[in-house]
Write a protein that binds this ligand. Structure first.
Ligand code: ZN
Length: 92
């Protein structure tokens, strides 16, 4: 794992911790920072990062808190409080 990927990993942890502490603004800052690092280094964000962040508002998503998760036609549909939806193929 290179340095940029490690930083993204750490920011993901920080975002998760901030979200768990109800500090959504701080969580969003970490998400944005991680996205910027990925962009600059042409890295693909880890799948778990993409699943738990909103593409529109950069929120760190917590199902039951600021996001809803539904199953639909073999897809997982994640709805953020900002109104944005993301669909993923259902995987076990
Ligand atoms: Zn959102």
């Amino acid at each position: 794992m290179d340095v940029a990927a490690e930083r993204i990993d750490r920011l993901h942890d920080l975002a998760r911790a901030a979200a768990a502490a109800d500090d959504d603004d701080r969580a969003r800052e970490y998400v944005r920072l991680a996205r910027r690092i990925a962009e600059r280094n042409r890295l693909t964000l880890p799948r778990s990062f993409r699943r738990f962040t909103c593409d529109s508002c950069d929120s760190y998503l917590r199902p039951g808190k600021n996001a809803r998760v539904r199953l639909q036609d073999g897809h997982v549909v994640v709805s953020c409080d900002c109104g944005s939806h993301a669909r993923y193929p259902y995987e076990t």
